[in-house]
Design a protein around this ligand. Structure first.
Ligand code: HEM
Length: 235
């Protein structure tokens, strides 16, 4: 049987393709979580009882079949593995790119006006990613770990409504969500391209439409509760 030995370069190329696929799949899993999370947050418009019931129902998924909270923990583990896989792949690919073409340089494309592939969203992927990670830690400290309590309150509803009555918190979430949605706008395009969907001019146009639509739905959907609370429409 013939053995195929790969050169160091071939091994690096193959593992970079695997890392890009890990980034794409983990990114799409996180977007799925965000769409569900955004839709869940809209229960705030149903009032305190509905929102608190929704928060408690999340822990009771699969009741009677599996122990309390198990499904939520499985989902959390899938999410955590996706976050870690996404970040580690991004760091390894960034280092390889710096080694291959030099720090601060960008990939080139004949399709772009000045030869360099550029869009604001694509330029902010790395630092945008770091900003999002910091925001998520702040968000968890506020609403999941309860280490900070900007607006007071004990129940999930009181914490959300109390928090977003503060202009500074709404401003912070607005900036964070703009970063999240810019990241997603380029990320959706990039992930679907990695997975082989970018095959023609028409496909590229559709990918752009899908990417902008997903980012816009998330931006509007996530910002609706904070602004409605700030304006006194939910209290
Ligand atoms: C205005 C926007 C948002 C609101 C009102 C909101 C609200 C909440 C609430 C109430 C919880 C606690 C759920 C519970 O434990 O019962 C939570 C958890 C969480 N949120 Fe958000 N969220 C928002 C945006 C985001 C964004 C943009 C991200 C990610 C980029 C995010 C990621 C998470 C994560 C990872 C958890 C922990 C889930 C868990 O382990 O149970 N959230 N959020």
């Amino acid at each position: 049987m013939a053995t195929v030995t790969m050169t160091r370069h071939q091994r690096a190329v193959r593992s970079s393709v695997v890392l890009k696929a890990v980034m794409a799949v983990s990114g799409l899993i996180m977007i799925g979580f965000l769409l569900a999370h955004m839709a869940g947050n809209l229960h705030v418009f149903g009032g305190a009882e509905e929102f608190n019931e929704y928060a408690s129902e999340l822990r009771r998924i699969g009741e009677g079949l599996v122990p309390y909270g198990l499904v939520l923990w499985v989902l959390r583990i899938v999410l955590l593995v996706s976050v870690v896989g996404h970040i580690v792949s991004a760091i390894v690919l960034t280092r390889r790119s710096h080694r291959a073409i030099g720090k601060g340089k960008r990939y080139h494309s004949k399709g772009a006006r000045r030869g360099v592939q550029r869009s604001y969203a694509s330029f902010t992927m790395r630092w945008g990613g770091v900003t999002i990670a910091l925001f998520v830690l702040f968000h968890l400290a506020h609403l999941t770990w309860h280490w900070i309590n900007p607006g007071g309150g004990h129940t999930p509803y009181e914490r959300v409504v109390g928090g977003f009555e503060n202009l500074w918190l709404v401003a912070l979430y607005t900036v964070a969500l703009i970063f999240v949605c810019l990241h997603i706008r380029h990320g959706v395009w990039s992930a679907l391209t990695t997975l082989g969907a970018n095959t023609s001019f028409r496909a590229r146009r559709n990918l752009n439409i899908i990417a902008v639509a997903v980012a816009a739905v998330l931006l509007v959907g996530f910002l609706l509760p904070p602004y409605s609370i700030l304006l006194g429409l939910v209290n």
